[in-house]
Design a protein around this ligand. Structure first.
Ligand code: NI
Length: 255
């Protein structure tokens, strides 16, 4: 039983063998007007976020033991997300960081020690970013392409020093404050729109406890859940610039 919009993406390898072929512009589930897209993570069909309602789940501040629980939930739902990891926790939990990458999720940079970057010198900002880049690459083999400044705190000095596109959000779950899915789930659903980036924190058990329901509710509203590289496909993100959603709404970046 599914909606006409088929919010659940098919795995490419779920199709009969005779249908399997390289993904090209002429082989698209979204029809004419699509542009050449890379396959999605985990072999999922590509999604064109200009044509369907996308939302990107992002999880900050890990990895820790809760991250492992979350990975199992995402796997069960065949959903891929983006994890903004702290370098210090990556060093403490390298196997968890590696499991996030191995599962096909996107890993991005949330600094080494979660400071207010706006209070640091340019050299200290660079050190916070590079430290996390190095820790993540060492643990996972992945070189992150995005940074999220802790607390969303940024300014011209931060922009000039981070060296990566800054990814913020347009849906702040406030999950850390309520620690209660009966509060943060309806709040997220009241704010989400096509092209949204949803901020949550995988370090809280209460957040992880709400993810199966959140995924079901978002899919039920027709949202395709994508990673940040999928959300921003075809958009040339600039180092230092800030992005919080995709689309034509105020403050978003259009494709
Ligand atoms: Ni954070």
């Amino acid at each position: 039983p599914g909606s006409p919009h088929r919010p659940r993406r098919r795995c490419l390898d779920e199709r009969p063998a005779r249908e399997l072929r390289p993904v090209t512009a002429s082989h698209s589930e979204q029809g004419a007007g699509d542009v050449l897209r890379q396959p999605g993570p985990g072999g999922l069909a590509p999604v064109n976020c200009d044509l369907v309602a996308c939302a990107a789940l992002t999880y900050d501040d890990g990895p820790n033991a809760q991250t492992t629980r979350l990975l199992a939930i995402l796997d069960k739902h065949r959903v891929f997300a983006t994890f903004f990891q702290q370098g210090g926790y990556v060093k403490a939990n390298p196997a968890v960081a590696k499991a996030v990458a191995a599962a096909g999720h996107t890993i991005a940079n949330h600094t080494m020690s979660h400071p207010y970057l706006t209070k640091l010198s340019p050299a200290s900002i660079e050190s916070e970013i590079k430290g996390a880049q190095n820790a993540i690459e060492k643990a996972t083999g992945v070189v992150p392409a995005y940074v999220r400044p802790p607390y969303g705190a940024t300014n011209k000095s931060v922009a000039a020093s981070v060296g990566l596109p800054q990814i913020l959000w347009d849906v702040d779950s406030m999950d850390w404050q309520s620690k209660n899915k009966s509060v943060f789930l309806p709040w997220i659903m009241s704010l989400v729109k096509p092209g949204s980036i949803i901020l949550q924190h995988d370090v809280h058990a209460s957040t992880v406890d709400g993810q199966s329901e959140l995924i079901a509710q978002l899919k039920g509203k027709g949202f395709y859940l994508v990673t940040l590289p999928e959300l921003f496909a075809g958009i040339d993100l600039k180092p230092g610039a800030s992005y919080k959603c995709r689309g034509t709404a105020p403050g978003c970046v259009a494709g």
